[in-house]
Each structure stands twice: as C-alpha cells, then as structure tokens.
Design a protein around this ligand. Structure first.
Ligand code: NAP
Ligand code: MG
Length: 483
C-alpha cells in the first residue's frame, strides 16, 4: 500500500531520504478494525539504527547544528502547518492503524500540530542565567542540546507522543532517532515526510520502524545516543533504564498508570459524569493516563454507579472509521490481555456494560466496555493496568481513606478530585501521589502546555510544556575571570 501522503511504509527514513531496511525484511501491519493486513512495514534492525544515529550525528555537525533557535522554531512551525493541512489524511491513517475512532484520531492530529506550534514558539525562549559570583567574574549558564536523542514510543498515541518528545527535542537542537511501535507506525512515517517537506535538514529526524527487541533494543543500547526518551510498559522501561545506565545517559520514562478520580459527597455530579466515563474509555482505555479507578464517597456511591452504568449501556464498540464511542483494541494480543482481566473479575459485580456494535467485523479486536463495582482495593482489577475499556468503582468513607486507596497502587501518573470544598481541594492536591492532579476536571494528560510524567512505576522525568525543554537540554556553567 502506498499511503495517501505518498510514503512507502516498507522503508525507513534516514538522513532525509526513504531507504529500504538493510536486511530487506518487512513486517505486516494489521488493521485491528477487521484483522486485514494494511501494508508491509520495514523491519529495521541494528544496522539501520547505526545508520540513523550516524545521520543524526552528521546533522549536528552540519546545517542542523548551526541553525539558530529562531530557525529551529520556524521549521517546527512549518511542520505544524503541514500537519494541520493534512489533518484528514493523518487521522485516517491513525484510525486504520491504531483502530482509533476518527474523531479521536483527529484530536491527536490537532494535538500534534499544537505541539509543533508550542515548541516553535518556545525554541528561542530557553534562556540561561547570569549568576553573581566572586569579584572580577562573570558567570552565566548555557542550555545546550544533548546531541542525539533516542525516542521509543508505543502504539496508543503515536502522534501525541511524537509531538511532545520529538517536538521538544528538536526545539532545543537535538537530532532525533525515532523507533515507533511495530503495531502502529504510519503516522510516524507520515510525520517524517511532512518534516522533510517543511525543510527540516537531513538527519535531524530519522525514523526506523521495527520490533522492540531488535530496532528498539539496538537504539536504547547505542553508545552514540546521548539521551533516551521512552514511553511504554514498565517491563520494557526497566530494560531501557538498564541500557541507559550502561552508557551513563539520561533517560525519561513515561510508563503506565492506574489513575484515580476521587468523588466526594459534595461533588457536582452532573459536571463530573462525562469525565468519569470518558477518561476510562477514551482510545478504548488504552491510555497511560486513563482513569481506571473511580473512588466514590458513600453518600453518592449508589448514584454514581447508576449514572455511570446508564452511560455504559449506551457505549458501542465498532470499526474506527464508523467513529463510534469505542474502537477495537490495537491488536488481538491486546484483546486477549484485556479479556484475561475480565475473566479475573468473574466474581465481581458488573455494574454496567456496553456492547460490540451489530455488524462489527469478526476479525476485529473488540471487547465490551465494562464497569465493575464494589471492587476491593487490593484486587488485581484495582491494582494492575488493564489497558482496555474497563473501569472499577470503589466506595470510601472519609478523606483519609480516599487518599489511602488513591495512593495505594505502585503507580502515580494522574489523579483527580471532585469536591466543592476549596480547602479539601488544596489538601487533596498535595496528598495525591501523581505527576498531575486535576481539580473538578480530568485531563488525561492535559493540554500540550502542561508538564506531564509520573512517580513510582509510572516513571520519571517530565515531558510536555516548557518543562520538557529542560529535560532535553544540558546546562553548562561558564565562569569568566576578567578582573
Ligand atoms: P511496550 O511493549 O513497552 O512498547 C513500547 C515501545 O517499546 C514499542 O515501540 C516497542 O516496540 C518497544 N520495545 C519493546 N521491547 C523493547 C526492548 N526490549 N527494547 C527497546 N524497545 C522495546 O508497551 P506497549 O504495549 O506498546 O504500550 C503499552 C504501555 O505503554 C502501557 O503500559 C502504557 O501505560 C504505557 N504508556 C505510557 C504512556 C505515558 O505517557 N506514560 C503513554 C502511552 C503508553 P514494538 O512494540 O514494536 O515491539
Ligand atoms: Mg496497526
């Protein structure tokens, strides 16, 4: 298949050109809405990663390394404009590849464009400081790029994650090597093509699709990579951190979550309801910052169950291009994982369930959105990341118990609190263990401007917002003695 943007997906993008993988091998890319094969993609391996890292190093020694901050910003702005111009095509590619309903895929395109706009504007605003020191000295700091940055991303939000990590890294002047997920890499390739058309110098961005254990492992272990940004599972995150330790390079880990929404008796339930459900079923629940746990104070408990169950009964899962509330999961493998969790909940109370839409293709990776109630906080459904359209509701009596349950997993990515009590809002914001806390709303990661990242098993380091520019840069202190 040749994609609408004219990309041949069985190739890698290295040194500004489309090149066949050196070993000449490909993998099939599957459309999870019906199980059909979309196209062949490159099975990049260590040799392709070597070439990509070399191309990135050359870019740093060439035009890209010499570009001023304003020039870097300008090229990012042009990429953002091209992304917007191609909204429909990018959304369609993502819908077919990931199984994401079209409306949600379009939202990802707009987010990618926003990241480009944000980091275009931020590129020339990353300033150093002057530091008062001894008599006769002038001391200042410089923010410099790391050099070659490696980016390994998952399949659930390819465009958003490219925007936040590659966008910020390029704004600072790094040269990037991106390894998209084997299960969804078309928009990463399309992004590379748009960046080429926007005039991004050759080698500043290289994309090598392939398997995690091959291309991914080769990238994270490569001694020529100066910073690693990884988004994905806890297990692979540990391997990435171990490789980074071997090479002594900084690493940003954006891992999973089990993010709670805490609803107190005085909450505005009508305002909360759409957030309670949408944050769990967006992208079929395959969202690191999905809100998979709903904690409700006893006074509202039955009411919340009833209201959420009513919404669940209206949810339909169907093909991405049909644009229903829920698409398929990304793969049959992911469907099997989610179904094994549903089986573990066999003894629990199913409070509400959506359905697979009539006529959804047999070969699609569909599961019924499912809401469990009265779930004990230590149950696997309340502790482990399911990564599917599954939420659990749990009751609590008071603030201390709410905090204990909310903080009672190994994760700490996002949390929210619904209450009209201002003092409680402030207390809860401090007490909830999470990288982002939302008060009377839920952002699933929030906008491009908001720093994002986890604590505990959710990872470390921050991407998004201006904060990301600190992570993607190195601080140098210059002390001049001039008398
Ligand atoms: P994954 O298996 O960890 O894969 C993520 C990426 O790592 C993919 O590109 C994968 O390649 C690659 N990879 C796999 N094994 C590797 C290895 N040995 N060395 C280097 N790279 C390797 O995660 P996933 O199943 O795709 O995604 C789901 C997980 O990601 C969930 O736990 C979710 O919470 C997390 N996630 C977190 C965030 C966040 O921002 N915090 C965002 C999205 C997802 P292949 O897939 O091609 O093999
Ligand atoms: Mg796919």
């Amino acid at each position: 298949m040749v994609t609408p943007l004219g990309i041949e997906p069985s190739q890698c993008f290295v040194a500004g050109a489309w090149v066949a993988p050196r070993a000449g091998e490909t993998l099939d890319l599957i459309n999870p809405s019906d199980g059909s094969t979309l196209c062949a993609i490159a099975r990049g391996q260590a040799g392709d990663i070597d070439a990509a890292v070399e191309a990135a190093q050359s870019a740093l020694n060439g035009d890209w390394g010499k570009a001023t901050a304003a020039e870097r910003g300008r090229v990012l702005a042009r990429i953002g404009a091209l992304v917007l111009e191609n909204t429909d095509e990018l959304a369609r590619l993502e819908a077919m590849d990931v199984g994401k309903p079209l409306t949600q895929a379009r939202a990802d395109v707009l987010a990618l464009a926003r990241y480009m706009e944000f980091y275009a504007g931020a590129a020339d605003k990353l300033h150093g400081q002057t530091i008062p020191y001894l008599d006769g000295y002038t001391v200042y700091t410089l923010r410099e790029p790391h050099g070659v940055t490696g980016h390994i991303i998952p399949w659930n939000y390819p465009m958003q994650i490219i925007g936040r990590s590659v966008g910020a890294a390029l704004a600072v002047g790094n040269a990037c090597v991106l390894k998209p997920a084997e299960e969804a890499c078309l928009t990463a390739l399309a992004f590379a093509e748009l960046a080429r058309r926007a005039g991004l110098p050759a080698g500043a961005l290289n994309v090598v699709p392939g398997l995690g254990a091959e291309a991914g492992a080769a990238l994270s272990a490569h001694p020529g990579v100066n910073h690693m940004s990884f988004t994905g599972s806890v297990g692979v995150g540990k391997l990435i951190q171990a490789s980074a330790a071997e090479n002594i390079v900084p690493v940003t880990l954006e891992l999973g979550g089990k993010s709670p929404q805490v609803v107190f008796d005085d909450a505005d339930l009508e305002a909360a309801l759409p957030f309670l459900v949408n944050a769990g079923i967006q992208n079929a629940g395959q969202t690191c910052s999905a809100s998979s746990r709903i904690l409700v104070q006893r006074g509202l408990y039955d009411q919340v169950i009833e209201a959420m169950a009513a919404r669940y009964s209206q949810l339909r899962a169907g093909p991405a291009l049909d644009d229903l509330e829920v698409g398929p999961l990304v793969s049959m493998r992911q469907k099997a994982i989610v179904e094994s969790f549903l089986a573990k909940g066999a003894d629990l109370l199913i409070a509400g369930q959506g359905r697979v839409n009539d006529g959804a293709p047999e070969g699609g990776a569909y599961v019924r959105p499912t809401l469990f109630a009265d779930v004990p906080p230590d149950h696997t459904l309340a502790q482990d990341e399911i990564f599917g359209p599954v939420q659990v509701i749990m009751p609590f009596d008071d603030e201390d118990e709410a905090v204990a349950i909310a903080n009672g997993t190994e994760f700490g990515l996002v949390a929210s609190c619904w209450t009209r009590d201002g003092a409680r809002q402030m207390r809860m914001a401090k007490r909830l263990r999470a990288g982002q806390v939302f008060l009377n709303n839920y952002g699933a990661g929030g906008g491009v401007e908001l720093p994002f990242g986890g604590t505990g098993l959710s990872g470390h380091g921050r991407e998004k917002g201006f904060e990301a520019l600190y992570g993607f840069s190195v601080l140098k202190t210059v002390a001049a003695l001039h008398g």
